[in-house]
Design a protein around this ligand. Structure first.
Ligand SMILES: Cc1cc2nc3c(=O)[nH]c(=O)nc-3n(C[C@H](O)[C@H](O)[C@H](O)COP(=O)(O)OP(=O)(O)OC[C@H]3O[C@@H](n4cnc5c(N)ncnc54)[C@H](O)[C@@H]3O)c2cc1C
Ligand code: SF4
Length: 329
């Protein structure tokens, strides 16, 4: 363990000021990912800025949007009555992740910025471009069952591990940021990056930027939504593939609107925009769902151990939409 200091700012401005004056500072949420990475010396901050005392409100606003302070605990968001009522798939996605104890510690901001679970990233003896740019990628020809099938690059085939972010991507959530250059908002979908030649740059965050909140716009058909996660164990395991979906079908059986996002398949939560476009305005049904899944996965590429995820993702999309259509009847 390297030597570091610990700060507990009383407000957002102080937190950002601390980050500005300390080059190797890290914001600390529940610490359920960051502390593990520090133990492995993958992360070596010299200052930890504890942001768990900042905004943890979860509020339904007059326009029907949901405001979530970044310090809100994962468990609090999953248990929130508005979330369970209006966006049940968001609650399900959170509850499918980690364990009750971890969800009680983990914050919304930390969940969004948790790092990949690629085992070579955590292993200092392995070559990893994300940990040491230019070092190579042991996962490409190594154990890559959990790795990406979409949007990967020769430099990195890691996936983003968050379940919650998959539902947030489907919900068109926006992230509120504060930093040395001021405040701004970014669609969650644009926050995480694909690896390209620089897998060490994982997000569009500027140096010292803090996630202060997440905003979820109203979704009229959000009640008809679900989150399905396929994994190697029933609990305490990351997704092989997961699907967040919401479906709105009119009385004539035509898809009025649909939201689809995938987890476990890419370096970022994967909004299935191609599948959504192929479904909207067309008759709903198993064949249409399968065709949409085929279109979304057309560009997928399997590695040594994870080629099965391509068919798995197609089947999961199809079955989840069938399930939601069943609820429509
Ligand atoms: C055994 C185990 C199993 C797990 N299984 C799952 C699973 O199945 N699904 C799943 O989704 N997750 C899973 N997780 C991961 C867990 O969800 C994350 O560790 C947790 O959400 C991270 O939140 P945190 O507040 O503890 O973040 P921290 O560990 O405190 O921080 C994570 C990162 O976010 C940064 N950060 C924190 N808050 C902010 C902020 N407000 N602004 C800017 N940067 C910030 C930190 O600097 C750090 O880089 C698992 C974790 C463990 C240990
Ligand atoms: S997949 Fe990415 S995180 Fe994993 S070893 Fe390769 S470069 Fe590192």
């Amino acid at each position: 363990m390297n030597i570091f200091t610990y700060e507990q700012p009383g407000n957002t401005a102080s937190a950002i000021a601390l980050a500005k004056t300390n080059g190797r500072a890290k914001y600390l949420g529940g610490g359920t990912n960051l502390i593990d990475l520090m133990r492995e010396t993958v992360e070596q901050p010299d200052v930890l800025i504890d942001v768990t005392g900042l905004d943890d409100r979860i509020e339904m606003r007059a326009d029907g949007s949901l405001f979530v302070g970044a310090a809100a605990k994962n468990s609090a968001l999953a248990a929130n009555a508005h979330v369970r009522d209006r966006y049940p798939f968001l609650a399900r996605s959170i509850l499918s992740g980690a364990s009750a104890q971890i969800r009680n510690m983990a914050t919304v901001g930390g969940n969004i910025l948790q790092r990949t679970r690629c085992r070579y990233f955590y292993d200092n003896a392995a070559s990893c471009n994300k940990r040491v740019p230019g070092a190579g990628c042991d996962a490409r020809d190594g154990f890559n069952r959990y790795h990406a099938i979409l949007g990967a690059s020769p430099a990195c085939v890691a996936t983003h591990p968050s379940d919650m972010c998959v539902a947030l991507a489907a919900l068109d959530a926006t992230v509120h940021l504060g930093g040395p250059l001021g405040t701004r908002m970014l669609p969650l979908e644009s926050l995480h990056r694909l690896p390209g030649d620089h897998p060490e740059v994982e997000t569009e965050l500027l140096p010292g930027e803090l996630i202060t909140a997440v905003e979820i716009p109203p979704l009229g058909f959000g009640r008809r939504s679900t989150y399905r996660k396929v994994r190697d164990r029933a609990s305490y395991a990351f997704a092989l593939v997961s699907v967040a979906a919401a479906l709105d079908v009119d009385n004539a059986g035509v898809v009025r609107d649909v939201r689809l996002a995938l987890g476990g398949v890419a370096h970022k939560p994967w909004r299935a925009a191609i599948a959504e476009a192929s479904l909207k305005g067309n008759p709903a049904g198993s064949d249409a769902f399968r065709r949409a899944a085929e279109a979304e996965l057309a560009a997928a590429v399997g590695l040594r151990d994870n080629g099965f995820k391509i068919e798995l993702a197609k089947r999961l999309i199809t079955v989840v939409l069938e399930e939601l259509m069943g609820e429509e009847k």
